[in-house]
Design a protein around this ligand. Structure first.
Ligand code: HEM
Length: 497
């Protein structure tokens, strides 16, 4: 077995709130007769680490050490090991060191949110945040809000098509879907629209979008550079400025909501509202925690949803049969010009299967991490001391042909509950697992279902052959390696809006 050092820096994006990979040291001891854990050697040649996870498994087996300096981890690359680890998850699971994000919060006295908080405090925070968000019935209440945003997305698709020379092409779909997702999650979290789908994005909203992009792009250099360089190089200042921009924008919207609530309280009126109102009127949460949590929910909820939608449309455009089956289901369940409601989605199993299969082929979070904080642990017959960091190789695991025959084929029917044997549930867990799993799952699914159902009802989506073969890159989330354009060929007319 090869022995050497593997560069984690080229494998992970350390700004990643979900992987939390720059965390901890590991220490393993072999159990009698179990052999040692192989160490992965060499550097990947391109930024396609999710694909190299598949070849790693062939070279090193399902468990191997990856690391650089003090950043080490044990990669788990089989469904069995993944299940074993997650079934032993601790009461307060941890993904690892989040100091890159907590530093700014400490500097400004802002509370931590669900990503950055740990231990019992994290648990208490999640108890409040989960309500009105995590149960499938909770998401139903956001159906109308999401549908309003979907209507604007569809108007925008019509507008962009009209501008294109062929009359039906939408270019740079990722960018359009980013605007849709940010508008969608903001309208739920802030209970207000922020204009991302308008032709001219309002200046404050654009500054906010730029701040998010800046924060992610400066995370990497800030993590890599020594602390003493912060006063000399401008990078750290820019990184801090980006957080200022994020909190300035979200803080202003939260303050406006607080004022509105206060006015109602002062005039003895009932306080009614959606998620932010619920958080602000919840006595278990301080305002500091609301600021921290809303910002982290926003940051987690945009690229994840938008890239998944982009991959779904990309896959559908390349598979007319799947697209047609989806169209048949949607038009049967949603006759005429009716706008699908959150409840209607439950009558569309194929729609749900399309998203599930998209997330299997392109798990937007291709790797995730866990650190056993409290206890030593045995995985696959190997003993690891507490504080060991584990990397869960979701991308490779969901491409394993033992769990998913013909893994590179887009087959939504694998997920149908029509009597067939369904795959091992740990084979594809795009939203994570257990109490630390994704809090926004139901919201994300609702947004994707409602948008996709309406788009497919109105348009046949076709690929743009000029862009060539689209590959996935790991940039914290799985993104396309090029600009994706799609033809939206109209099935009916604009009156269906
Ligand atoms: C397709 C869309 C999405 C995918 C695939 C996704 C995936 C994930 C994954 C894999 C995790 C880590 C779970 C774990 O460690 O077990 C996570 C955590 C999280 N997600 Fe999502 N997510 C999506 C959308 C959203 C949305 C829309 C929101 C906000 C409303 C959101 C908020 C969060 C938060 C706050 C966490 C951290 C939870 C914690 O540490 O307690 N996500 N997500």
């Amino acid at each position: 077995m090869a022995v050497g050092v593997y560069s984690l820096a080229s494998r992970f994006s350390e700004g990643c709130p979900i992987c939390g990979p720059f965390s901890g040291v590991f220490s393993s001891r072999k159990r009698r007769g179990s052999g040692s854990v192989p160490v992965k050697a060499g550097y990947p040649s391109r930024w396609t680490p999710q694909r190299s996870l598949i070849s790693d498994k062939q070279l090193y087996g399902p468990m191997y050490k990856v690391g650089m300096g003090r950043f080490n981890s044990i990669a788990l690359n089989s469904v069995e090991l993944l299940e074993e680890l997650l079934r032993k998850d601790e009461k307060f699971p941890s993904r690892g060191d989040m100091s890159l994000w907590t530093e700014y919060r400490d500097l400004r006295g802002i509370g931590y949110g669900p990503f950055t908080e740990e231990g019992e405090k994290w648990y208490k925070l999640r108890t409040v945040l989960n309500k009105r968000m995590l149960h499938p019935k909770d998401s139903v209440q956001y159906g109308d809000v999401v549908n309003e945003v979907v209507s604007d997305l569809i108007k925008r698709i019509y507008h962009l098509r009209r501008l294109s020379p062929s009359g039906d092409l939408v270019t740079n779909l990722s960018n359009e879907l980013y605007r849709f997702s940010l508008e969608g999650i903001s309208s739920i979290l802030f209970e207000t629209r922020i204009g991302c789908l308008e032709e001219e994005i309002p200046v404050e909203t654009q500054d906010f979008i730029d701040s998010i992009a800046q924060m992610f792009s400066y995370s990497m250099p800030v993590a890599m550079l020594p602390k003493w360089s912060r006063n000399i190089l401008p990078i750290y200042r820019r990184y801090i400025d980006s957080w200022e921009g994020i909190f300035k924008f979200s803080g202003k919207l939260i303050d406006m909501k607080m004022e509105a609530i206060q006015k109602r309280v002062d005039t003895d009126q009932d306080v009614e509202g959606e998620y932010l109102t619920y958080l602000l009127s919840n006595t278990k949460m301080t305002n500091k925690e609301v600021y921290g949590s809303i910002a982290e929910l926003l940051l987690a909820g945009v690229d994840t949803t938008s890239n998944t939608m982009m991959w779904a449309m990309h896959l559908l455009s390349r598979d007319p049969n799947v697209q047609d089956t989806l169209y048949q289901e949607v038009s049967h369940c949603i006759p005429g010009d009716k706008i699908p409601s959150a409840q209607d989605v439950n009558r569309m199993p194929y729609l749900k299967a399309v998203i599930k299969e998209t997330l299997r082929m392109y798990p937007v979070v291709p790797m995730n991490a866990r650190i056993m904080v409290e206890n030593d642990i045995t995985i696959g017959g190997h003993f690891f001391t507490k504080k060991t960091s584990f990397t869960m190789c979701h991308y490779a695991i969901s491409q394993d042909e033992k769990t998913f025959p013909e893994p590179s084929k887009f087959k939504p029917e694998r997920w149908l509950r029509d009597g067939r044997v369904r795959p091992n549930p740990f084979g594809s867990i795009p939203f994570g697992f257990g109490v630390r799993g994704c809090v926004g799952r139901r919201i994300a699914e609702l947004e994707m279902y409602l948008a996709l159902a309406r788009i497919i009802k109105l348009f046949e989506i076709r690929p743009d052959p000029s862009i060539g073969e689209v590959k996935a890159l790991n940039r914290t989330v799985l993104v396309a390696d090029r600009q994706v354009n799609l033809h939206f060929v109209e099935r009916t007319n604009e009156a269906a809006l």
